[in-house]
Design a protein around this ligand. Sequence first.
Ligand code: FDA
Length: 282
Amino acid sequence: MKGVLEFLARRYIAGVGAEDAVSVARALNGSGILATIDNLGENVRTEEEAGASVREYTGLLDLIKSSGVNSTVSLKLTHLGLDISSLLARDNAGRIIKAASSLDNFVRIDMEGSAYTERTMEIFLHLRSRYPNVGIAIQSSLRRSAGDVRLLIERGASVRLVKGAYKEPPEIAFPRKPDVDRNFEILMKELLLKGKSPAIATHDERLLNEAIRFVNENNIPKGRFEFQMLLGIKRTLQKRLALEGYRVRVYIPYGPNWLPYSVRRLRERKENLFFVVKNIFD
Ligand code: FDA
């Protein structure tokens, strides 16, 4: 079972070390695609583990600088100690953002499951009031996100809009996919019109086509927003959009803690599950 998962995960993950991620970023840059690198890890239990994650990220930022690749970084607050305390995660994120600022780089805070949404927003708003080089991800699956997007637009903060990768209860999230998609379209248009450097992060071709139609209709310049996709998904489309002159950024995860991320990716696609089940029973 682990072998099958590992085989499938290889499609979505750059490798174990930061150098693996940087060499994938270099190859993507060669096709005119930007990168954001994520050190895989979440829900650490000790301050030591959170401190190790800060060191990994500052080393990664140095490596991005010295290698000359065009890449930002993405991180999760539970990788920096959010399960231990909000203050610890905030201080750790602040150290990484400060290091990124001195290297002229940018940090995107991923959004995790709904147990963390409020604290992630609070920490983000605090950090954003001190540093301009930080942005956040918002999930169209959550009912609260329209309000969050409005607030973030007001504060001039950069939002990465995603559908949401976590299973959530219907009281706080839209249970039906068409409603998640509809909310994505509404928030996407609001961000494209009024947001600061929004990132439209989806592989959904209907929504991507609608984004392109909308920016043309409203004369929104291509440099004002970007499309983001995950490593290993819709590679031809990534290249085509970059060739058409859109800013395209690919999220590149790396590290030994590949399992939770890979399971989220595998769950998103029925074909992946069939493959796992077939291999278990073969
Ligand atoms: P949807 O699920 O409707 O898929 C559209 C099409 O894309 C599918 O029909 C299929 O062709 C293809 N596709 C989608 N997933 C695939 C897969 N795993 N394997 C192969 N093909 C696939 N989530 C979150 O909760 N917090 C976050 O911070 C982030 N960050 C983030 C960054 C970036 C750059 C991206 C692109 C995505 C995220 N996500 C995320 C994940 C996001 O919430 C969502 O789970 C995935 O992007 C899949 O949803 P789509 O928008 O692609 O639509």
